[in-house]
Unconditional design. Sequence first.
Length: 377
Amino acid sequence: MQAATHPALGPLVEQVLSASARRTPLRVRGGDTKAFHGQTQAGAGDVMDTRALSGVVSYEPTELVVTALAGTPLAELEAQLAERGQCLPFEPPHFGPGATVGGMVAAGLSGPARASVGAVRDYMLGVQVLNGRGELLTYGGQVMKNVAGYDVSRLMAGAWGTLGLIVEVSLKVLPVAPAEATLVFELPQSQAMAQLQRWGGQPLPLNASCWVHDDTASPTKDLLFVRLRGAVAAVESACTRMLKDVPGQRMDNAQAGLDWAACRDQRLPFFTAPAPELALWRLSVAPAAPALDLPWAQLIEWHGGQRWLWAPVNAAERLHTAAAGAGGHATLFRAPASGLPAGFPRRAAASGPLATIENRLREAFDPAGIFNPGRLG
């Protein structure tokens, strides 16, 4: 059923109009698996539940396009794609069994393969959004050539629902790779990053990487995991070449699959807080950036482009400076169990032209400021 005729849409429109008239906040919620992210005030306001907007509207396997309502369970969509040998190649994190398609887009988060295949926004073809005036707006379509001018569809990826309620999305999908292999090497961080850069300059089917200091091993080890995906011959040739470059081991695919899924959903031992006063920080930097001079253990993904670490809240300035020096930025991803100071910013505030653009977009889509206030703070 199309979003415009779905019976659940009417009550949602009424809820928006009422909240806009009263200027009271709405907390957009699907599976609520990402409730940990955002400012404390993100928990305020009336809940706007998207789960009634559920179902795959259309799926054209031969065209590699699927359209689904925002409340569709992500696991349900992925299972339907898998039946036809297709997938969402950016491996969106679930963070729980209730994850939805709309939440996937709103969060804009991608899994281990992001550095090789692109992000959520790169697969957005079209979107329907309910804005702060109660209007159902349609952008893009089901083919790439429909996306012209200002690409509003991709703008919704990572906006955390602050611009409006995502109602329906159209996504490009891809076939599952014919072959896959995961190699593991024992390398310190600086050597691992340098080796990834060398491999990145070769015609190898690199798909994902993860470097971590493994405290669960005895003795502890610095391990680099590299996943290859592609044609059978390409994967086998790459394994031979890489294991010749650096001594390592090839993992069992079944076990490796479980480990990559655990990395995607932050269920690896590293993602258990070492102490209640520590927060999980995400540093997005240039992949070629060297090892950062920081005293906290790290888990590094995306061939060096995404770096996770547990550090206290008062390390914010040091982390922002380190990330900026490496060509990126730092974000407080998970608050410490001990809580955050009131109004503590999770990311460096936008400034200059970027801040102006952000403010004008919010005014255009949500003039009363009702959608998820503070979620991007």
